[in-house]
Design a protein around this ligand. Structure first.
Ligand code: DAH
Length: 358
């Protein structure tokens, strides 16, 4: 009996001081396992006389039950402690600020083109596109620049080496060739805008060799200059957010329009700062006119039936004016600091320029 009492004391101390589940399991195997101490004592029962065996057997069974119960209790408390420790360790501080995320932004040119397309889109214009590498016919001849005509010199053209087909391809100097492509492939009435890249061999504070234009073309049977005026007036008022912005047309010359005009909007240059609004000064923002009969003819349209208007707008110019960007060249220097400053938050919606220019 003494031996059993001693064993109970030893085992209960071992169980209750086990610091983790592994130590507890080792104690269990040591006591109740196949070669355990209690198991060994039980094996000895066989050699005892019946009376002693009965007493010792009962005592050993009780001891075994007690030890098992103690082990279970200890295991539960160790499990709980382990879980508590885990929970304490893995606690999240939901008040911490989120990690900074590297987010892209929309280039001001993309943003401006999207805005322009949205305004013309609301007036019923569709978007048309054409290739950056053009041929002489679409970029010049069909637009009423005859071969050798001095107006061709207005554009400092990037020419490609003469191609095997004998053509001297070029980088389009304006988006106007897409007028030709549209008139030749679509049936009138036509109402399109043509956003895209254009190229001229020029580089200074107001010129970059690549820049962007949005061309407009309307062809119908009853179109006149008042439609042109109403359309462009509505556009600049909406784009600049000045409801009564005044506009002015000055006679000009483009080979593909007759009459041709340049359109100015009201501005102020007081104190060296350019502001849009009706302040008495004027700023040129686009070229436009009524489509020249020769251009209609080149596209197979009868000028006695069809006529229309066209316009060409420099996108960089408008972006600079609207968003106060002082230097044109910075648009294409790919300086991330500049983009973070002048860029626009992207919305997860498809963007016109996302589709066209990437
Ligand atoms: N293509 C002209 C340029 O790049 C701009 C222009 C002027 C376009 C008058 C037009 C227009 O459609 O009617 O300078």
């Amino acid at each position: 009996m003494n031996e059993i009492d001693q064993l109970r004391t030893d085992v209960l101390v071992a169980v209750n001081t086990a610091t983790d589940v592994a130590a507890l399991e080792a104690t269990r195997v040591d006591v109740l396992g196949k070669k355990g101490r209690v198991t060994g004592l039980m094996k000895n029962l066989g050699g005892m006389d019946p009376e002693a065996r009965k007493i010792a057997g009962q005592a050993l069974n009780t001891l075994k039950t007690e030890i098992e119960a103690a082990i279970n209790v200890r295991r539960m408390s160790l499990d709980t402690a382990a879980l508590d420790a885990k929970l304490a360790n893995e606690k999240m501080d939901v008040t911490l600020p989120i990690r900074p995320e590297a987010k892209g932004s929309l280039h001001p040119i993309s943003q401006t083109m999207d805005e322009m397309a949205a305004i013309f889109g609301a007036m019923g214009f569709m978007v048309a596109e054409g290739p950056d590498v053009e041929d002489d016919f679409h970029n010049f001849t069909a637009l009423n620049f005859p071969p050798g005509h001095p107006a061709r010199e207005m554009h400092d053209t990037f020419f490609l080496p003469t191609a095997p087909d004998g053509n001297r391809y070029l980088l389009r100097t304006h988006t106007s060739p897409v007028q030709i492509r549209t008139m030749m492939s679509e049936k009138a009435p036509i109402r399109v805008i043509i956003p895209g890249r254009t190229y001229r061999c020029d580089y200074d504070i107001t010129h970059t060799p690549m820049f962007h234009q949005i061309e407009g073309l309307v062809i119908d049977t009853e179109t006149n200059m008042s439609h042109l005026k109403g359309c462009l007036q509505e556009f600049v008022r909406t784009f600049f957010g000045v409801d009564d912005l005044t506009i002015r047309f000055r006679p000009s010359y483009f080979p593909f329009t007759e009459p041709s005009a340049e359109m100015d909007i009201g501005c102020s240059r007081a104190g060296g700062e350019l502001k849009i609004g009706n302040f008495g000064d004027w700023l040129e923002i686009l070229g436009c006119g009524m489509v020249h009969p020769n251009v209609l003819r080149a596209c197979g349209l009868d000028p006695e039936i069809y006529q229309g208007f066209a316009f060409g707008i420099g996108v960089e110019r408008l972006a600079m004016l609207k968003y106060g960007i002082p230097d044109l060249r910075t648009f294409f220097e790919s300086d991330l600091r500049w983009l973070r400053h002048y860029g626009f938050a992207t919305l997860d919606v498809p963007s016109l320029t996302g589709g066209l220019n990437r």
